[in-house]
Design a protein around this ligand. Structure first.
Ligand SMILES: [Zn+2]
Length: 268
């Protein structure tokens, strides 16, 4: 199995004055390529909307077409039409921008997130850009099935897929925000700490990197993490404490997580 870690939108925000990444995963599966999140897409870079211009100016992303998932996987020697599956943590503009670049892919999404995008009544929907899915993606809308993963609700996106890929609802940042758990297998160096990667998107601040990055979000008086990222941190802390030897955590935007991986992690 091969998992590539892609930064599809390097950020140097003005405030807080820090650096950040847009961490996407490109996974080789037994059913073609699978992307976890898509970062900014080619259209976001070449024909940005006014909102996209403002957002990327504030975060100073650079809008470089070479950072898009499309260009990065082409440079890695893949054919973009081989992307069969996209799994989204949520539909914010820095996660869903690459959807039009892979129109043939099945786009796996939690039902609550899909519904929120259809009825944008909550402040978290201000960061949806409906133009990113105006082409009509092949949505695969997932509902809870009663399955669980380490005590979290979990949805197996495609039984029989290898590696297994689960959506784990971690709501709050958006109505249907999810983590994505990928079973890498025991001893797989793609997940140095164990047998699962958990890409938890924007579902919590990277509390385990405390002191290294983003102390802003761990400052309790501000309560920013709860207000902005959802109330998932306590449960994720407990998960890491109990099973940190089996699960490698990945935040969508923390550069410290991104740097844990080389650009390519390969094992069969
Ligand atoms: Zn977001």
């Amino acid at each position: 199995m091969t998992i590539h870690h892609l930064d599809c939108g390097p950020m140097r925000p003005i405030w807080p004055n820090t650096k950040a990444v847009t961490h996407c995963l490109l996974v080789e599966t037994n059913d073609g390529l699978l992307l976890v999140d898509t970062g900014f897409g080619v259209a976001d870079v070449t024909r940005p909307t006014r909102f996209m211009r403002a957002f990327t100016a504030l975060l100073r992303t650079g809008r470089n077409v070479e950072d898009t998932a499309l260009r990065q996987l082409t440079r890695l020697g893949y054919d973009p039409t081989d992307v069969r599956h996209i799994v989204l943590t949520h539909l914010h503009l820095d996660h869903a921008g690459g959807l039009p670049d892979f129109p043939q892919a099945q786009v796996h999404i939690y039902a609550a997130e899909y519904e929120a995008s259809r009825r944008p009544t909550h402040p978290s929907t201000w960061f949806y850009q409906p133009g990113q899915w105006a082409h009509g993606p092949n949505w695969v809308i997932h509902h809870l099935t009663g399955e669980t993963w380490y005590g979290f609700d979990a949805i197996d996106i495609l039984p029989g897929l290898s590696p297994r890929v689960l959506l784990t609802p971690l709501t709050g940042h958006t109505r249907g925000h999810c983590g994505v758990a990928i079973e890498t297998g025991a001893g797989d160096q793609s997940a140095p700490a164990g047998r699962w990667l958990l890409h938890y998107g924007d579902g919590a601040y990277p509390f385990y990197n405390e002191g290294r990055t983003w102390r802003l979000f761990s400052n309790p008086p501000l309560e920013l993490d709860r207000w902005f990222l959802g109330d998932n941190t306590g449960r994720l802390k407990a998960l890491l404490q109990a099973h940190g030897d089996e699960i490698t955590f990945i935040s969508a935007h923390d550069p410290a997580d991104f740097e844990k991986f080389t650009t390519e992690e390969t094992l069969s």
